[in-house]
Ligand binder design. Structure first.
Ligand code: B12
Ligand code: SF4
Length: 568
C-alpha cells in the first residue's frame, strides 16, 4: 500500500461532513434527517417531550487518538469553517468521514480541498465508502472501506498493530428535553466506550455488520474484560464519569469478556452504569441479576416481528423479555423494522401494534431499507427491485422505501412508519415517563440487594426520580389531561407512587418545578411548530500539534493544542 511521503510528519485534518443538517438543501441535508439520534429516529413524534442531543463523530476521534502525526479533528463544521481551516493550515492529508446519505457533501468537500488546498491528499472513509461506484462520484485520492485506524496507521508508515488508545468521549452534547437544556457538568454525561466495530450476527439489512466483514466477522479493539476495565478506569479518572455508553453493536454477545469485566468491577468496587446494544439472544445468556450487577441500566435491542426469522430473536419471547428487563430497572430501547418482506397493508398495523405492545422505554422504527454493501441490497438488485432515480440523500430509513416491496407502496411505507411512531406515543406516553416507571421498579426490587454496589447505583439514579423527574411527571400529567386522559391518569398514578416512596421532597419539587416545565414544554412546541431546529456546535480538537501553528480564528477564539474540545 502507498505510504504518504511525509509519514508521521504529515499534517492531517479529519473532518465530518458540513452542516447545517436539519434543513433541505442541494448538498443532501434534509429537514427530516437532523444530526440527532433521538429526535431523528426514536422520539420524533413526541413533540416537546422528544429527547434532543448530539453525538460526536467517534470514528475520526478514534483515528486521531491512534496516529502520531499532527492532527486536527473538525466536527460539524459549516462550509465556511471547513474553508477557513483548510486555508489557515497547510494540511498534507484531508480525511473526510461520512455515511452514504451525505455523499453529496463529500463531493463538495473534495471540490473545496482541490480548490483551497490543492497539495492535500484526500482520503474518504466511513460507511460512505460502500456507495457503489463512489470513485466516479467524488474526487478523492483514497476511498477506505472498513476499519480506519489500521488503514491510517499504514498510510502514515506507523505500526498498525500497536494497542488501541481510547479517546475521551463525552457521549452526548447539548441535551434538551421539555424545552430545557440540561446542565453539562463534569462527569454528568456518560463516556462513550467503543470496544469493537461490526457484528457477527450478519442480519441481511445491517450495514454496520456488512461494512466490517459481515456474518461471523467483527473487529475487536479490546479483546478482554481486563482491557475494557482499564479503559473504563482511565475514563472514570479523566472525565469523572460513573456511566458509560458502550458503542458495540452486540456487547453482551461476548459473555466471557463481560463476565471478566464484572469480576474486575466487583474487586475494584466500581459502581458503574452501562448503556449497551445487544440482541435478544445475547441478553438471554445472562441472569437478570448478572446484568444488574454489571451495571446494565439501558439496553438497545432489535425487536423485529416474530415472523421475520432473524436468528437474534429465535427462541425468545421478546415481550416477556422486555417486561422482565424493565422490572429489573433496565430501560429498554426497542428497534423495529417497518416494511419487512412479509408485511402487507392488511397485517402491518397488527405488526406495529405488536411492536408497540412491548411498551419499551424508547422505540426506534426504521423502514426496511436495502443499503449498498448489505446482503439485502445485493439480493434486491439481483431481483431488479431497487427503485431507480432515488437520491442517496433520501435513503436513510425515515422517509420512503427505496425498493419495490411485494405488497406495500412507496407512499404507504412513509404513512405506516409515521403511524408507528405516533401509535407508540399515543399508547405508551412520553419516553421520559416510561423511564421513570422502569427506574422506580428497579429501585424497589434492588434497594435491599446484598451487593452494596447495586444498591448504591439505584440510589444514585433515584435522586433524579425524586427531584427533576417528579417535576417532569407533574408537567406531563397536566399536559396530557387535555390530549390523552388515559396516559395522563397513568402518569398521575406513577407520580403518586413516587411521592409515597420518597415523601415530601418529591411533592414539593413536583409542585414547584412542574408548572415551569409545562410552560417550557409548550413554548418548545410552539417554537418547533414555527420551524425551530437544532444544530450541533462546530468543534475543533488538535493533537500532536506544534504550538506556532495554533491559529487565531476570525471570530477571536484561539484553538488550544492538546486534546480539549473547543467550539468555534
Ligand atoms: C453515532 C451514530 C450516529 C450519530 C451521528 C454522529 C456523527 N457525528 O455523525 C447520529 C445519531 C446523529 C446518527 C445519525 C444518523 N445515522 Co448513524 N450511526 C451512529 C452509530 C450508532 C455509531 C457510529 C460510530 O461512531 N461507530 C464507531 C466508529 C468507531 O465506527 P465508524 O464511525 O464506522 O468509524 C470507523 C470506520 O468507518 C472508519 N472511518 C470512519 N470515518 C473515517 C474517515 C476516514 C478518513 C477513514 C480513513 C476511515 C474512517 O474508521 C473508523 C474506525 O474503524 C452507527 C452504527 C455503528 N455501530 O457504527 C450509525 C450509522 C453510522 N448511522 C447510520 C445512519 C443511516 C444514520 C442516519 C441516516 C439514520 C437516520 N435515518 O436517522 C442519520 C444521519 C444523520 C445525518 N444527517 O447525517 C448508518 C449508516 C449506513 C450507511 N451505510 O451509510 C449506521 C451504520 C447505522 C446503521 N447500521 O444503519 N448516527
Ligand atoms: S444483531 Fe443488530 S447489529 Fe447485529 S447484525 Fe443484526 S441488526 Fe446488525
Amino acid at each position: 500500500m502507498e505510504v504518504h511521503p511525509k509519514g508521521t510528519r504529515a499534517r492531517v485534518l479529519l473532518t465530518s461532513v458540513f452542516g447545517p443538517y436539519a434543513q433541505d438543501d442541494e448538498f443532501g441535508s434534509r429537514a427530516i434527517n437532523p444530526m440527532e439520534l433521538y429526535h431523528n429516529q426514536v422520539t420524533r413524534a413526541q413533540g416537546g417531550f422528544s429527547l434532543r442531543m448530539f453525538h460526536r463523530s467517534w470514528g475520526i476521534m478514534m483515528i486521531q487518538q491512534n496516529i502520531s502525526a499532527p492532527c486536527t479533528v473538525l466536527d460539524f463544521p459549516t462550509r465556511e469553517d471547513f474553508a477557513r481551516e483548510l486555508e489557515a493550515n497547510s494540511y498534507d492529508v484531508v480525511g473526510i468521514s461520512s455515511i452514504i446519505v451525505n455523499v453529496g457533501k463529500v463531493r463538495e468537500m473534495c471540490r473545496m480541498v482541490r480548490e483551497l488546498s490543492p497539495h492535500s491528499a484526500i482520503v474518504v472513509g466511513g460507511h460512505v465508502a460502500a456507495t457503489p461506484d463512489i470513485e466516479s462520484m467524488i474526487d478523492a485520492d483514497h476511498v477506505v472501506r472498513g476499519e480506519g485506524i489500521s488503514w491510517m496507521r499504514r498510510y502514515l508508515g506507523e505500526n498498525e498493530d500497536l494497542p488501541i488508545r481510547h479517546p475521551e468521549i463525552v457521549s452526548g452534547l447539548q441535551t434538551r428535553i421539555m424545552g430545557m437544556r440540561l446542565p453539562e457538568k463534569r462527569g454528568g454525561t456518560a463516556a462513550t466506550i467503543i470496544p469493537s466495530v461490526g457484528c457477527p450476527m450478519g442480519c441481511n439489512f445491517c450495514t454496520t455488520s456488512a461494512f466490517f466483514g459481515g456474518k461471523g466477522k467483527f473487529i475487536n479493539f479490546y479483546e478482554t474484560g481486563d482491557q475494557l476495565y482499564d479503559v473504563m478506569c482511565q475514563m472514570e479518572r479523566s472525565l469523572g464519569v460513573q456511566t458509560f455508553f458502550v458503542m458495540d453493536e452486540n456487547f453482551l454477545l461476548h459473555r466471557e469478556r463481560a463476565m471478566q469485566l464484572l469480576r474486575r468491577m466487583k474487586v475494584g468496587n466500581k459502581i458503574w452504569g452501562m448503556a449497551v446494544f445487544a440482541s435478544a439472544n445475547a441478553v438471554r445468556k445472562y441472569k437478570m441479576e448478572e446484568l444488574v450487577e454489571l451495571g446494565v441500566s439501558w439496553i438497545w435491542m432489535g425487536l423485529e416481528s416474530p415472523r421475520s426469522n432473524y436468528a437474534k430473536l429465535q427462541g425468545t419471547d421478546s415481550r416477556q423479555l422486555t417486561h422482565e428487563l424493565r422490572q429489573h430497572g433496565i430501560r429498554v430501547q426497542g428497534s423495529t423494522i417497518v416494511g419487512l418482506e412479509h408485511h402487507t397493508p392488511d397485517n402491518i398495523r397488527e405488526e406495529i401494534e405488536f411492536a408497540v405492545g412491548h411498551n419499551t422505554d424508547f422505540h426506534q422504527f426504521m423502514l426496511y431499507t436495502p443499503v449498498p454493501g448489505t446482503p439485502l441490497y445485493k439480493e434486491m438488485s439481483e431481483q431488479g427491485r431497487m427503485l431507480e432515480g432515488i437520491d442517496l440523500a433520501d435513503i436513510h430509513g425515515q422517509d420512503k422505501f427505496n425498493f419495490r416491496h411485494a405488497a406495500i407502496s412507496r407512499e404507504d411505507s412513509k404513512r405506516f412508519l409515521d403511524w408507528a411512531f405516533q401509535r407508540d406515543f399515543e399508547r405508551n406516553g412520553p419516553s421520559l415517563y416510561r423511564m421513570c416507571q422502569t427506574m422506580l421498579q428497579g429501585w424497589r426490587r434492588y434497594r435491599d440487594y446484598p451487593d452494596p454496589r447495586v444498591r448504591e447505583r439505584f440510589e444514585r439514579e433515584n435522586v433524579k426520580l425524586r427531584t427533576a423527574y417528579s417535576a417532569a411527571l407533574w408537567a406531563m400529567e397536566h399536559y396530557f389531561r387535555r390530549v390523552n386522559r388515559e396516559v395522563s391518569e397513568q402518569i398521575r398514578e406513577l407520580r403518586r407512587e413516587i411521592a409515597r416512596e420518597f415523601g415530601v421532597m418529591s411533592r414539593v419539587v413536583a409542585n414547584l418545578g412542574g408548572p415551569l416545565l409545562l410552560w417550557t414544554t409548550r413554548r418548545e412546541e410552539r417554537e418547533m411548530a414555527a420551524g425551530k431546529t437544532y444544530e450541533p456546535p462546530t468543534i475543533v480538537e488538535r493533537r500532536n500539534w506544534a504550538a506556532p501553528a495554533i491559529p487565531e480564528h476570525a471570530d477571536g477564539l484561539a484553538v488550544a493544542s492538546g486534546t480539549p474540545a473547543l467550539e468555534y
